[in-house]
Design a binder for this molecule. Sequence first.
Ligand SMILES: Cc1cc2nc3c(=O)[nH]c(=O)nc-3n(C[C@H](O)[C@H](O)[C@H](O)COP(=O)(O)OP(=O)(O)OC[C@H]3O[C@@H](n4cnc5c(N)ncnc54)[C@H](O)[C@@H]3O)c2cc1C
Length: 504
Amino acid sequence: MKIFRQAITTIWSPLTAEQQSLANSVQCDRCLVVNPICRAKSFGEHGLEGVVNQMKQHDVVILGGGPAGSTAATLLALLGLDVVVVEKEYFPRFHIGESLLPATVNIFERLGVHDPIREAFIRKPGGKWLYGEKAVPGDFEKYDSQASFKANPYSYLVERSTFDKILIDRSIDAGADVRLGTEVSDIITENGRVVGVHCQSDKGQKYELRARLVIDATGLRSVIPSKLRLRKLTEPHRMGIYAQYAARPTRDDVKAGWFIGQMFYDGWTWLLLLPEDRFSVGTVLTVDRFKKSRMTPTQLLEKMVDENPLLNEGMTADRKRISDVMVTGNMGNSSESLAGNGWVAVGDAAYFIDPCYSSGVHLAMKSAEMVADLIAAQSKECLINKAVFDGYQKHMRQHEKTVQNMVDAFYIASRSTSAQKLVTSCQGGYFSRKFVTFVGGDFHKNSAFVARFRFYSRFANFLFGNDANRAPENSPSYLHDAGNLSASDVAAAEIEFMPEKISA
Ligand SMILES: Cc1cc2nc3c(=O)[nH]c(=O)nc-3n(C[C@H](O)[C@H](O)[C@H](O)COP(=O)(O)OP(=O)(O)OC[C@H]3O[C@@H](n4cnc5c(N)ncnc54)[C@H](O)[C@@H]3O)c2cc1C
């Protein structure tokens, strides 16, 4: 019987002679590396050079350890699943996106990270958007009866380096195998299914990881949608330019932890306080506008800090830039599909929307939470297919459309003084409560309100529209001055995603 079985295996085995020899050889007890000469006791002992072939199938491999990746990792590891996170950086590392929403606090509670976040960061009571002299405040205390954050009508202004480390440390505590300093170089597809990824550690180790499901949480890199050519860029092309400054706050609302944005024609600036008298300062504008300024990103930001009322007057005059000026290039993008057989995209890897409502981190963590809950409902042995995520895709598209509609209304108001009058005069009552619930993070619940709001903004602009570009406060000189931008600087700013770095 044994001889018969061996003969059958030899004739029908799908393995090549080389694979057969690997399969017969020693197997590392921890990482299941199959290698004829492997005598390693742990993954770290495998030596630095050469290709390591990992044959084990994990439950889930997560690409990227930002807020989306770490949220999925923690929730799945807590369920006892075998989860590997592959993250190219070491934490703490700089990341933009410091203003958070109250609806996210519910997820902090679920992950068990609210206490360290509360201790480390500044409490944020709301966000305020300035149109010239007038303001549209979103005070989180003034929610409507449907808000999900009634128990915690506040959020935080966070330093992302520390915040992301708190989240990834929680994933490790929960039992996820987190591999920092390891980059995903390619995906592995078999019969139209994503079955794993190729990785390379910063020490030169190359190996592959296979899983029942691969979650793409690589942010704007959006590895799987990019490889599958599903990623499309959305118009108009906008970019973010930002830096950190050391100064003391002068405005009471900034001191109290409010996020403040100030509109100009087709763009805006932001100012928010970080721990130890530091500020996150930045602007979002169209690439076209940036080119017309004929300045480098550094020249433009520094001129804004000198001349923009919010930035100039919100910080004390002894302010000092303490980081490089950083640029995120073409900011609008979306994947045509958010899932396929063997993969699903969460956070910015799914889509990225203009950050004027600070929606990014919430959508990242919320999408990861939804995906984790769907995986939890699947049988432990099965491969995970696209159909599992049908409801997720529908829900995420609703979020995307609602936030995008509100962003459109925001920019219509930046271009039209009549729309500005509409939004600044609709204070109190129904409008304010709905608006607060939206900017608190309950996006899809407010889709009907947002669609109406966008319609009214367009209608006001159509009836009474006058070009806000003519008003000096909306058309600041720093966007028109001739600088000394070279052709190479323009090209650099057009790079889709530029590396972010921060100096001491
Ligand atoms: C100018 C600007 C201002 C913003 N302001 C706000 C704000 O105030 N509030 C807010 O909520 N959001 C804001 N955002 C958005 C916010 O930054 C993102 O939405 C959020 O970080 C998304 O989280 P994520 O986990 O999806 O992606 P990320 O936080 O980008 O994490 C992705 C991770 O994947 C890793 N990675 C990438 N490629 C690979 C690879 N090949 N292999 C391994 N690892 C990889 C990266 O190193 C990174 O750690 C802003 C964005 C911009 C551009």
